[in-house]
Write a protein that binds this ligand. Structure first.
Ligand code: FAD
Length: 320
C-alpha cells in the first residue's frame, strides 16, 4: 500500500510546502508501514523532481504534458485520481494551498475520500482515524475523524519539520488519459503584474506599520526586504492612509501570511494584525515601545527606533 503525495512546483523546483507534505507523508508511511510515491504534473526537470527523495519519497511519477503547466483544477484532479489508482494508494497527502484546496475538493468525490485540511500532526489511530488541524487562523486546534477507507490530508504550511536527508528519488513517466473536457477552462495567457515576491507565498516577510511615520521612509523596509529576499507587507492603517497598496495589508481583513520569518517594524500588534501572521514560524518585532503587545507574540524582539535599527540590520544581513 502507498501514500501518494501531490507535488506542486514553480520556477523549476518543487515548492517547499510540497516538500513539507512529502516529509509528513514519510513520517506517516513509517508509522503505517507504507511507501511514499509522489506525483508531479507538467514540465519540470527530472533532476529537480528527484529532490522529493530528500524528504523521503521513493519514487516520483511525472505526467509531462505542458497543458498541465497551468493549474487547471479539473485536469489536475483527474490525473491525481488516476495516479492514486495506479499506485494502489489509500491516502493522498498534499500541501494546503489555493490550487491544492481546489484539487482536493474534487478528489473527495472521485476517490470517495474524507478530507481534512490544515493538518498539523500525524493522525491518531486509537479508536478511529482522528486528524488534528489548525482553526481560527492558528488560534485553536480541532480533531476531525475520517471514516472512509480513502483519505486526503492537506498539510498546513510550516506545521511539520522538513526532512532533507534522503537520497534522490527515482523519476518515472506516468501515462494518463485526459480528454478535452478536462481542459474546458483554459488559461490563454499569463502576465506577471510585478517581479516582487508574492506576499501570500513568501518565505520571509518584512512588514511596516504606522511607526514608519510615512511612505517616504519605506525604502528602509524595502532595503531590508531586498537583502533578505523577502516580500513587503504593512498594517491596515498604513494601506488605509495610502502609504502602501492595499494588497500589502496583512491581517484579519487583509492577507494572511505563513512565512518562515515575519519581521514586524513599528507595528503595535493589534489582535486584528496578529490574526494574519500567527501562522508564521518565527516572528521578529522591532518597536521602540517595550510594552508594545506584539512582543508577546514575538520569538525575538528588538526594542529600539526603527530608523536606527533598520539600516544596521540591513547592513548586517548584506554582510552574511
Ligand atoms: P499603531 O497602533 O499606531 O502602532 C504603531 C507602533 O509603532 C507602536 O507600537 C509604536 O510604539 C511603534 N513605533 C512608533 N515609532 C516607532 C519607531 N520610530 N521605531 C519603532 N517603532 C515605532 N490592522 C491590521 O494591521 N490588519 C488588519 O487586517 C486589521 N483589521 C481590522 C479589522 C477591524 C474590524 C478593526 C476594528 C481593526 C482592524 N485593524 C487591522 C486595525 C488594528 O486594530 C490596529 O489599529 C492596527 O493594526 C494598528 O496599526 P499599526 O500597528 O501600524 O499602528
Amino acid at each position: 500500500m502507498s501514500i501518494l503525495v501531490y507535488i506542486e512546483h514553480a520556477d523549476g523546483a518543487i515548492k517547499k510546502t510540497s516538500l513539507e507534505a512529502v516529509s509528513y507523508a514519510t513520517a506517516l508511511a513509517e508509522k503505517e508501514g507504507k511507501e511514499v510515491v509522489a506525483v508531479a504534473l507538467g514540465t519540470i526537470d527530472q533532476g529537480a523532481l528527484a529532490k522529493a527523495g530528500s524528504a523521503g519519497a521513493a519514487k516520483v511519477l511525472q505526467v509531462e504534458d505542458d497543458k498541465l503547466n497551468a493549474g487547471i483544477i479539473q485536469a489536475h484532479a483527474n490525473v491525481v485520481a488516476q495516479a492514486f489508482e495506479k499506485v494502489g494508494a489509500d491516502t493522498l497527502v498534499l500541501a494546503k494551498s489555493s490550487l491544492g484546496d481546489a484539487v482536493a475538493a474534487r478528489l473527495t468525490i472521485k476517490l470517495k475520500a474524507g478530507l481534512v485540511s490544515n493538518v498539523v500532526a500525524l493522525p491518531e489511530t486509537d479508536g478511529g482515524y482522528k486528524v488534528k488541524r489548525s482553526i481560527y487562523t492558528g488560534k485553536a486546534f480541532a480533531y476531525s475523524e475520517i471514516t472512509t477507507a480513502n483519505k486526503i490530508l492537506a498539510v498546513k504550511k510550516n506545521a511539520v519539520a522538513l526532512k532533507a536527508d534522503g537520497a534522490d528519488a527515482s523519476v518515472e513517466k506516468l501515462e494518463v488519459t485526459l480528454s478535452d473536457s478536462d481542459f474546458a477552462a483554459k488559461i490563454t495567457s499569463t502576465d506577471k503584474a510585478t517581479d516582487e515576491i508574492s506576499l501570500p507565498e513568501a518565505d520571509i516577510v518584512v512588514s511596516g506599520g504606522r511607526g514608519m511615520k510615512g511612505p517616504e521612509n519605506w525604502n528602509l523596509i524595502e532595503d531590508l526586504a531586498k537583502a533578505m529576499g523577502a516580500a513587503t507587507g504593512c498594517s491596515k492603517p498604513v494601506s488605509d492612509s495610502g502609504w502602501r497598496p492595499h494588497h500589502e495589508h496583512v491581517g484579519q481583513t487583509g492577507v494572511k501570511v505563513a512565512p518562515s520569518l515575519y519581521v514586524a517594524v513599528g507595528i503595535s500588534g493589534a489582535i486584528q494584525h496578529l490574526a494574519g501572521v500567527n501562522a508564521s514560524k518565527y516572528i521578529v518585532v522591532i518597536n521602540k515601545d517595550p510594552e508594545a503587545p506584539f512582543f508577546k507574540a514575538a520569538d525575538y524582539g528588538i526594542v529600539g527606533d526603527a530608523f536606527e535599527v533598520l539600516p544596521k540590520l540591513t547592513e548586517a544581513v548584506k554582510a552574511i
